[in-house]
Each structure stands twice: as structure tokens, then as C-alpha cells.
Design a protein around this ligand. Structure first.
Ligand code: SF4
Length: 385
């Protein structure tokens, strides 16, 4: 309900979805597909006594296979897809000089807050669904037919660092007709419990890979899990699309780190773009009051509800406010990014293929049907009273 949606810290008790996931894995006539968010792979290890910041992506893929999921995919794939759609939307708004600043839309606790408190600004968030929701849509409407199934033959399970994602997947705007994009969300902590329930010795698991085509991703996708990451990933693509030139230094250091509000300016073909990344809703309020009063200088603003972003999300192993732990998780994401051969979302071959096969162009009618969403004024709902 509303309480979970507005509580990014997970302090309120969460719905236990583990039994539902076990049922879905074994449900006859259904194919159970799993996706896992970027921030989970750098925090799950803590539940099995690995030091904070240990990268366990390969062991996670092994564990998911042992648990019985039919296809092991990655939310990172649709994080890359989000960047393609969002960069395209940003460039269109810049050209038309309207609906700026564009606000990022991948954090459901932030979007819920905006719908409750700034109903006059609902033309500003990107209309892109979050990566978890884009994944569900692509799994059901693109992948399912490719293996001879219908969207209703598929159950999509998400493993998220986040409690608000449980609420997000039930939003009626996030599906086609009666079929929601994502069926069940579990947190990183619940995932750890499932591994323990199954008697799997996580520490000795071999390193395996995700399945394809929804398993391939670039480094730009990994950094979604840290505050500033979505902004950095979007700029890597937007810059190259606008200038038609190689971006030499792809590390936007100014928007990294743990300050509540970070800002920078970037010259793109003579146009100065002012960017801002903020985490926690108190900082969001400051920025949105300025936007409402016409005092904001920014062209693009990223907001994450959890201080430091999803690495410190309410569904992650408890960090007890230990910033060294959170920092270790974020540094691990930047390390994954640095070590990937591809670091710009528009270079992902599986993304290029999905546009060739299915969506056509970024921002096409088909892309809008499956990858974009709408927002609604919630200022009269009980949570505001
Ligand atoms: Fe969830 Fe990330 Fe938003 Fe926190 S910052 S509420 S973990 S999406």
C-alpha cells in the first residue's frame, strides 16, 4: 500500500513474497523468468560473510539456475534500454526547448512523492518506465513470442535492492491491458533467504553467466545503482548522439560521490547543459521548489529517494548507516563499469538488435507502447492528509 511506496528506507515491514516465488518457479504451464538489479550484485555477498563491495554476479547467476528459474536475465539489459529511450527523449525536449528540466523516472519512491506533492510538474519526469518495468515488458512482449509463448505464459520475478519496487510493479499503468509487466518483486534480503532455504552453499558456487538476449549489458547500466549513475550513463549516449563524435572522457566524476546534491555543467556543441543529481527526498523538495518557482537552471535532474542511491536501498542487507559499507558497494559498481569492454548503452549489440527486430527507432510508436508510461495527480490521496 501507500506506506511501503513512500518508505524508501524499508523501515516499515515489507510484504514477504518468497512463498509466491517458490510457487511460480514450480507452477505448471508457466515459464518463470528472473531479472536482477545492478545494486544487488555488490551487496548480496554481505549476507554470506563476504566483505562489502564483493562482486558476486557470477555466483548469483549460478544460484538462480539452481533455484530453478527457467531464464536468468539481467535488469542491466533494460537499464541500457532505458538510457536509449531517455537520451532520445532528452534530446527531443532540448530541441523543442520544452518540458525542461527532464527528471529521471527510475525510482518509484521519488515518482510517488512527485505525484503527491508536485502534481503541477508531472509534464517533467521522463516518460520512460524504470529498467525493472521495461524488462517485464520486453520479456513478455518481445522475448515470449520469440520462444513461441504468449505474455501470459510468462511469470516475471524481479530481485531488487528496493522495497518501493514492490509497489511499482502493481501500478496499473505498467502493463498491457490486464497483464502487468512484472509479477513478483523480492528484495536482496529475501533472495539471500531463498538461497539459504534451498540449502545452497553460496560461497562455493561457480561463476556463471546470464542467459541471452536479455542478459547482455554495458558498464553504463551497472552504475544505475549509485546516485548520479543514471545521469552519467544518459550523458555518455546523449553527448555522442548530439555531437556525432566520440566522447573521450566518459567518467563524469562531478556527479559521483555521496553529497546529497551534486551539479556540473557540460558543453555540448556550444550549448551549456546544467546537470544535477540528488538523493533523498528532502533534497528533491529543494530542487522541485526551485523548478516550481522558475528558479532552476538545470536541464536534467536525477533523483533517487534513498540517500546514496540504490546501493543503500531499503531491500539491501542492513548497513546500519555505515557509510564505508555503502561506499564499498558503490565503488564496486564503478569497478564493474571500468572493467567492461562496452561502457556506452548505445554500443550494446543486444540493444541494437531489439531496435532492428522490434522497436524500429528510439521514441518510436512501438517503443512508446511498451517502454513508456504516464503519471497521475495523487495530491488528494489520503497519504497527503
Ligand atoms: Fe528503490 Fe533505488 Fe529509489 Fe531507493 S533509490 S527507493 S532502492 S529505486
Amino acid at each position: 500500500g501507500q506506506c511501503i511506496a513512500v518508505c524508501p528506507t524499508g523501515a516499515l515491514s515489507e510484504v514477504n513474497n518468497i512463498p509466491k516465488v517458490w510457487d511460480s518457479i514450480y507452477e505448471k504451464g508457466k515459464t518463470c523468468i528472473v531479472q536482477i538489479a545492478p545494486a544487488v550484485r555488490v551487496a548480496l555477498g554481505e549476507e554470506f560473510d563476504f566483505p562489502p563491495g564483493t562482486i558476486t554476479t557470477g555466483k548469483i547467476a549460478s544460484a538462480l539456475r539452481l533455484l530453478g528459474f527457467k531464464y536468468i536475465f539481467d535488469t542491466n539489459y533494460t537499464a541500457d534500454l532505458t538510457i536509449i529511450e531517455e537520451a532520445s527523449e532528452f534530446i527531443n525536449r532540448l530541441k523543442e526547448e520544452k518540458n525542461l528540466p527532464i527528471l529521471t523516472s527510475c525510482c518509484p519512491a521519488w515518482i510517488n512523492y512527485l505525484e503527491h506533492h508536485y502534481p503541477d510538474l508531472l509534464h517533467l519526469p521522463s516518460t520512460c518506465k524504470s529498467p525493472q518495468e521495461m524488462f517485464g515488458s520486453v520479456a513478455k512482449n518481445y522475448f515470449a513470442p520469440s520462444i513461441g509463448l504468449t505474455p501470459n505464459d510468462i511469470t516475471v520475478v524481479s530481485i531488487m535492492p528496493c522495497v518501493a519496487k514492490k509497489y511499482e510493479c502493481s501500478r496499473e499503468q505498467l502493463g498491457q491491458g490486464e497483464t502487468l509487466d512484472v509479477d513478483i518483486v523480492i528484495t536482496t534480503r529475501e533472495f539471500a533467504k531463498m538461497i539459504k532455504e534451498a540449502g545452497i552453499d553460496f560461497s562455493t558456487l561457480p561463476e556463471e553467466s546470464f542467459d541471452n538476449p536479455l542478459g547482455q549489458s554495458t558498464g553504463a547500466a551497472d552504475i544505475f545503482g549509485a546516485t548520479g549513475g543514471v545521469l552519467e550513463a544518459a550523458l555518455r549516449t546523449a553527448y555522442e548522439w548530439i555531437t556525432e563524435d566520440d566522447l573521450k572522457d566518459i567518467n563524469f566524476i562531478d556527479v559521483r560521490g555521496f553529497e546529497g546534491i551534486k551539479e556540473a555543467s557540460l558543453d555540448i556543441n556550444g550549448l551549456v547543459i546544467n546537470i544535477c543529481a540528488a538523493s533523498n527526498l528532502g533534497n528533491a523538495k529543494k530542487l522541485m521548489d526551485d523548478v516550481r518557482n522558475g528558479k532552476s537552471k538545470y536541464h536534467i535532474i536525477e533523483i533517487m529517494a534513498c540517500p546514496s542511491g540504490c546501493v543503500a536501498g531499503g531491500g539491501q542487507p542492513y548497513h546500519g548507516g555505515d557509510y564505508d559499507k555503502i561506499k564499498a558497494r558503490a565503488c564496486a559498481l564503478y569497478k564493474i563499469d571500468e572493467n567492461k569492454p562496452l561502457r556506452k548503452s548505445h554500443g550494446n549489440p543486444s540493444i541494437i538488435k531489439i531496435y532492428d527486430d522490434f522497436f524500429g527507432e528510439p521514441s518510436s510508436i512501438c517503443a512508446h507502447k511498451y517502454l513508456h508510461t504516464t503519471y497521475s495527480d495523487k495530491s488528494n490521496s489520503f497519504a497527503n492528509k
